[in-house]
Design a protein around this ligand. Sequence first.
Ligand code: NAP
Length: 317
Amino acid sequence: MNEALHIKRLCLIGVGLIGGSLLRALRQAGVVNEIVGCGRTQATLEAALKLGVIDRFEQDPAKAVVGADVVVLAVPLGAMESIFAAIAPTLSSDVVLTDVGSAKASVVNAAEKVFSELPAGFVPGHPIAGTEKSGVEASFAELFDGRRVILTPTSRSSKAAIERTRAMWQACGAEVMEMDITHHDEVLAATSHLPHMLAYSLVDMLARRDDSQEIFDYAAGGFRDFTRIASSDPTMWHDIALANQEALATLLEQFSLDLQKLAEAVREGDSDYLKNIFTRAKQARDAFCGTQGRGMKGKGRVTRDEGRGKPSEKRKS
Ligand code: NAP
């Protein structure tokens, strides 16, 4: 047991892909004594128990958090406020309360609506790791290994709570950094939320065509690579789009303008314009892929991100 971290009782609300992976990693690291799972569906919690991901479960969040020294919320963004409201009366005064939501301002706003004063133990967080799959069955202990976790402490977060949250993620093999809440949402809008919108939109546009069957029949590896993240959970991405509305809408509008210019260049046969775009983009992507694996632990490059699969599912583009 790592005495610096040592969690006596961890309560996880939302035992799915991210929450389940966190629990598996913490168990593997040997830093937690008891894990209480909580969620809305009994079958999910029974499955988690059977998989050995949790030790016991409660369906009532207010009961689940009693006596927990660490509470993690891993539910969709749209459920955060109701969970905060349910647990507020029974949280221990010295609890470390954190979450894994993909947008941070909305989680802090939800907490502000519930708590008269944000708890000193509240440290919002976001692991930059995931797959297009959902549910506890898809969870695995290595998901966060060598990946980044961004903490966005509030002005009320205590140093001790930040350090404990940092230590929890480090025990999962993650590299932990801190970021301002608004900046987090702007950065993630560009790196994760916009690509998901583009993938969903492209697949939907093609699926609505009369010849969609033929299009999908002849789709090759490039189409599969580009659109894999369109298999992600619709509820989760609905919540993310609405939780990061401003930053995401701004980027989508900018992207539409660029796309319009690209369409004009194709129609007019503007080969300089096309070559410039493709060359700049190739250079930028090659540079990004060349640096992506550096500083990571273990066996070379791991290409998971919010939408990518296990290392074994890595494909060449
Ligand atoms: P997931 O696999 O669908 O797990 C979500 C869990 O929350 C499920 O166990 C679900 O239970 C439970 N849940 C849903 N609504 C609930 C409610 N109202 N009350 C209580 N429990 C509820 O989703 P996930 O991918 O782990 O995502 C969870 C969180 O992680 C989200 O906030 C997301 O933004 C964030 N995140 C996701 C990724 C990613 O790539 N997936 C990456 C980073 C962060 P049921 O069995 O009843 O559905």
